[in-house]
Design a binder for this molecule. Structure first.
Ligand code: FPP
Length: 237
């Protein structure tokens, strides 16, 4: 679903973030990488609150990619455990208290640890129909998303495929495409994140490492977004 509002004067409706730099944050402090992820989880809370205050209705956070399984077993286990604990202790109470807020988990949940998978499914059921959605991408890959969407549409006989059909079968079919994609940690790459959905997104790269991200950084990104002129391949009006 493409947001074609060209006025650009309000907050972006849909913001997606590649949360990079946890490992470097920890290494620079002489700490194990897992401490960086722990600090990263605290930053997640700050950013969710700020995004909501700023009127961002859809916030998508890249927490674990289909490629992240290649990391050492201890690091993968630590991230899974951290996400589980964060959901149980912080995210679930947040959506139980706030009937407008929901949480979804785009990605293939089947290889996730069972209790995390069940908690994700429970949270998604609770989140149905909510007007403001935080998406935590878990075992998410942009290429896999497109392939799955195509197979799912073909399986339902929705042929010939077209862009609207593919969009409807993506993991993110419940949300508009991101207006703005932010990447922390200074690297200039997309890392298999929302490949289809970010076709016309504005990009901002921050050198700040994810655990150091603050409300101010997000607000600055939104101001910067508001200076951009979006043409969606057309001409400036
Ligand atoms: C990338 O930094 C970060 C990850 C692969 C994990 C992201 C996880 C969190 C932010 C914490 C848990 C999330 C939630 C939703 C509670 P990196 O490890 O690649 O950093 P580096 O580039 O400095 O090595």
């Amino acid at each position: 679903m493409q947001n074609t509002d060209k006025s650009n004067k309000a907050s972006p409706l849909s913001v997606a973030i590649i949360m990079d730099g946890n490992g470097r944050w920890a290494t620079r402090r002489g700490l194990p990488r897992t401490e960086g992820h722990l600090a990263g989880a605290e930053a997640v809370e700050t950013v969710i609150r700020t995004a909501k205050d700023e009127g961002v209705r859809y916030l998508t956070l890249f927490a674990f990619s289909t490629e992240n399984w290649k990391r050492p077993r201890e690091e993968v286990d630590a991230i899974m455990e951290l996400v589980y604990r964060y959901l149980k202790a912080k995210a679930l109470p947040m959506i139980e208290k706030d009937p407008e807020l929901g949480i979804m988990f785009p990605g293939d949940k089947s290889p996730l640890p069972q209790r995390l998978r069940e908690l994700c499914l429970y949270t998604e059921r609770l989140s149905r129909g909510r007007q403001s959605i935080v998406s935590i991408a878990l075992n998410y890959g942009g290429r896999a998303d497109i392939v799955n969407a195509a197979n799912s549409a073909i399986g339902k006989g929705e042929l010939p495929l077209n862009e609207e059909i593919i969009s409807r079968h993506l993991y993110t079919s419940y949300m508009p495409d991101p207006d703005l994609v932010i990447r922390t940690g200074g690297e200039h790459r997309i890392s298999n994140f929302l490949l289809w959905q970010s076709a016309y997104s504005e990009y901002i790269i921050l050198d700040t490492l994810w655990p150091d991200i603050s409300s101010g950084h997000l607000r600055e990104c939104i101001s910067e977004y508001n200076t951009r002129v979006r043409r969606f391949g057309g001409l400036k009006s």
